[in-house]
Design a protein around this ligand. Structure first.
Ligand SMILES: Cc1cc2nc3c(=O)[nH]c(=O)nc-3n(C[C@H](O)[C@H](O)[C@H](O)COP(=O)(O)OP(=O)(O)OC[C@H]3O[C@@H](n4cnc5c(N)ncnc54)[C@H](O)[C@@H]3O)c2cc1C
Ligand code: FES
Ligand code: FES
Length: 489
């Protein structure tokens, strides 16, 4: 597979790329660009942050869980390219010096690239922009002061030029070498790499990069055993942490039609490849609590890569979006070849690690009806930012003239799958919306859930907090002020 992209302003073309090579490994080991640091190698620390620009704009991404084919047709800027060709520092670099924003310096390249990206995008919510960058010695105050100080200076020309390179010099999704087409999918516009038997054990035997949902459908039917790679924020860790050898892989990021988000008078439809930052943006005016929860989904870098389709398809019992989507009455749209089907999202999760998805079938989109906003989503985790939920509760109760006329309540972290609280819902519907009704419904929780104890929380904690969250929802929906740290800073 030949990958072509821009690196710090210069075109790079890589023939014979091993498709699950991470950008971080390639930068450091093949290119000698060691400014990009390896800290955790799992998307947590931000030491490996780079800026990736494509026609959608500039994004900070973690190079440690970014595979080279995901860069096709894009511009990559590492810390070595933050300063101008004549050595002029980027405004955020100068500000970090002026405000003493670095001590040991290990985290600094990652901070610089997150700050360069935020600066390029005019983003000034620095706490959020930098939540995915860990610094163990300087302390965040000088770093935030530096980010604020740099705000007034315009983005330098060498940075804004990245977008022009992308548009004019590297046609999006175009590849230099198409290799051999997969046997049963002759018409798909894909990139392939065939390996010999000897290297099959360590390298994917076939890597495809379809450019539309149609191409993907054809390719996946032909290779149903292939691993789909969307944002790679889960799959990346299979490679870097569990050292898994992936066989056939299909990269989905070229399928631009699957990135579409449409909001009509009746429906919201999120394409499977919509990343979490875009989903957050789209949901903010419709369901503010959902959008606010997404601000606490991982970090800016992970959200810029992670897709809604990946968050559903991975089937995790602690994925943050499924409970909220279930509470909104979401339908999941699946496709296999030319046939499509839709099902209520809760029906997709059959058991721990088991979903209702056949061979060669993929998630195309998820949709939910437009509705008045009664949704509240509460995420409980040990840290405010960048932490997996211990419990996530999503509540959507309709109250008409003082009585509950409908209730959809779903939880993550309470069972082996994202699950509705059916008994709790039944206890609410048809009753007055009152503290007494809430108390009666709280007594039903043990019928819906037998949570487990793990390092994130004990079973008792999970059950107790789930009940309490219903109480919180009651006061929240009744307009009582909510000053709770996990939803506002
Ligand atoms: C540091 C870090 C923090 C995280 N924090 C959170 C968090 O706070 N909350 C949370 O919920 N998750 C979190 N995650 C997990 C992860 O980011 C999400 O699950 C993410 O949504 C996965 O999406 P992706 O596009 O990266 O999926 P990928 O890693 O590309 O794929 C995940 C799985 O889904 C499959 N898949 C992907 N797209 C499709 C499709 N369209 N159809 C069928 N199958 C598909 C893949 O084959 C794979 O099995 C975190 C991850 C990291 C690394
Ligand atoms: S090395 Fe820690 S996020 Fe990449
Ligand atoms: S300066 Fe040492 S970790 Fe941030």
């Amino acid at each position: 597979m030949t990958i072509t992209f821009h690196l710090n302003g210069e075109e790079v073309s890589l023939p014979d790329t091993e498709p699950t090579t991470t950008l971080l490994d390639w930068l450091r080991e093949d290119r000698g660009l060691t400014g990009t640091k390896e800290g955790c190698n799992e998307g947590d620390c931000g030491a490996c942050t780079v800026m990736v620009t494509d026609p959608d704009g500039a994004r900070a991404l973690n190079a440690c869980i970014l595979f080279l084919p995901q860069l096709q047709g894009k511009s990559v800027r590492t810390v070595e390219g933050a300063a101008g060709p004549d050595g002029t520092l980027h405004p955020v670099q100068q500000a970090l010096i002026d405000h003493h924003g670095s001590q040991c310096g290990f985290c600094t390249p990652g901070f610089v690239m997150s700050m360069v990206t935020a600066h390029t995008n005019g983003a000034t919510d620095h706490d959020t922009q930098l939540a995915g960058n860990l610094c163990r010695c300087t302390g965040y105050a000088p770093i935030i002061r530096a980010a604020e100080a740099a705000e007034a200076t315009p983005a330098p020309q060498w940075i804004t030029a990245d977008r022009k390179f992308t548009f004019s010099e590297i046609p999006r999704g175009e590849v230099a070498d198409r290799g051999a087409a997969p046997p049963s999918a002759p018409d798909t516009q894909t990139d392939t790499q065939t390996t010999t038997d000897t290297d099959k054990a360590t390298h994917p035997s076939l890597a495809l990069r379809p450019r539309s949902g149609d191409d993907l459908a054809t390719a996946f039917v032909a290779r149903p055993e292939a691993t789909l790679i969307a944002g790679a924020t889960d799959v990346g860790l299979w490679v870097t942490k569990t050292l898994r050898n992936l066989e056939d892989v299909i990269f989905l990021d070229g399928c631009t039609d699957l990135k579409e988000i449409t909001v009509t008078d009746t429906e919201v439809r999120l394409g499977a490849m919509a990343d979490m930052n875009r989903v957050r943006q789209a949901l903010a005016p419709l369901h503010a609590s959902f959008a606010e929860m997404i601000r606490r989904f991982a970090s800016q870098q992970v959200r810029a890569a992670a897709t809604i389709g990946g968050n559903i398809a991975n089937g995790s019992p602690i994925g943050d979006t499924p409970p909220a989507l279930i509470a909104l009455g979401a339908q999941l749209h699946l496709r296999r070849g030319d046939s499509r089907r839709s099902l209520p999202l809760e029906a997709f999760f059959l058991d721990y690690g088991k979903q209702d998805r056949g061979a060669g079938e993929f998630v195309e989109a998820v949709s939910f009806p437009r509705q008045p906003d009664s949704l509240r989503v509460y995420k409980l985790s040990k840290r405010f930012d960048q932490d997996i939920s211990a419990v996530l509760g999503a509540f959507n109760v309709t109250v008409t003239e003082g009585s509950v006329t409908a209730a959809r309540i779903a939880f993550g972290g309470m069972a082996g799958i994202p699950k509705r609280a059916a008994h709790v819902e039944t206890a609410l519907v048809g009753q007055r919306w009152s503290e007494a009704t809430v108390a009666a419904a709280q007594a039903e929780f043990h019928k819906d859930f037998s949570p487990m104890s793990d390092m994130r929380a004990s079973a008792e904690y999970r059950l107790a907090t789930a009940k309490n969250l219903l109480g919180r929802y009651f006061t929240d929906l009744n307009g009582a002020p909510q000053h709770v740290l996990e939803i506002s800073q």
